[in-house]
Ligand binder design. Sequence first.
Ligand code: SF4
Length: 320
Amino acid sequence: MSSSVTCNCCQKREAVISLDYSGLDLCSQCFCELFERRVRKANREFAMLRRGDRILVGVSGGKDSAAMLHVLDKLCRKIGNITLIPVLVDEGIKGYREKAKKKAEALCKAHGYKLTVYSFAGLSNHSLDQIIKLRGKSEDPQFKTMGACAICGTLRKYLLNKAALKLSANKVAIGHNADDIGQTFLMNLLRADPDGVSRFGPVSENGEDGLTVPRIKPLIYLPERECAYYCELKGLSYHLGECPYATEAFRGLVKDFLNDSEVKYPGLKFNVLKSYLNLRTQLDVNSGGKKQTSGKCEKCGGKCSRKICRACQVLAFLKK
Ligand code: SF4
């Protein structure tokens, strides 16, 4: 902030951040309290945390997962009897993941955790960089047209689920923030895939066969900018670089659109998030509260809406 403004909340300290969507200027302490309140609100509304939980926390070395681990650590200690297990997925992206991994290790160490690492190479014998090269040479039209982020996201989700089963975790916490969720919602609409809305949520259901571990998204009410700000104010270790494949992503277009629109119409991103949550509630009401039953993958047995899940398809391409 350029000139000295007093915090609207405590009326005492100097404000360090302006939240244009609410008109609030907040000092460091009041902003951090608001941030943590929003995580508690998500926990209350979507019943994310329970005593006895063993939660795999997806840590990437980036700001969102750094903020998530810090707040969950604090909150879970308060609730009591919850074990957090930080896990990083190393996709094998040269010049990017190594740096992020170092930051994630430092973050975990500072909080008294040991970071467990799973890699694409361990899963498929190929790093993401190698997979992208193979994609370029592939004659399989389905594999050839898959975006880097689609491959990466599919394998990461599969690997985190596998890790959760191996580590006996009953939940997987993902650092998706309000921006990520709004983007995914719009992407589903733009791809004419409204069913996608019911496939992702603040809390996902367990697979009936126990092979799909539920995922929770404690940062659902936190905008991306505020996650970065929280990390800065709390002195958390995180990596700021951008993945070299990010420019390939359709998500990038949607992200730019939402960021530009938010500048012109503050609060627009929260409106998108609200629309998404309302629509999910409507879908639930219309289905009479019955959860959509999805099938299971013929290969791995995990929850899936097609015969073979996307992860098993990608792994099959790599074996050819
Ligand atoms: Fe993976 Fe895409 Fe994220 Fe890079 S930007 S880490 S390729 S999902």
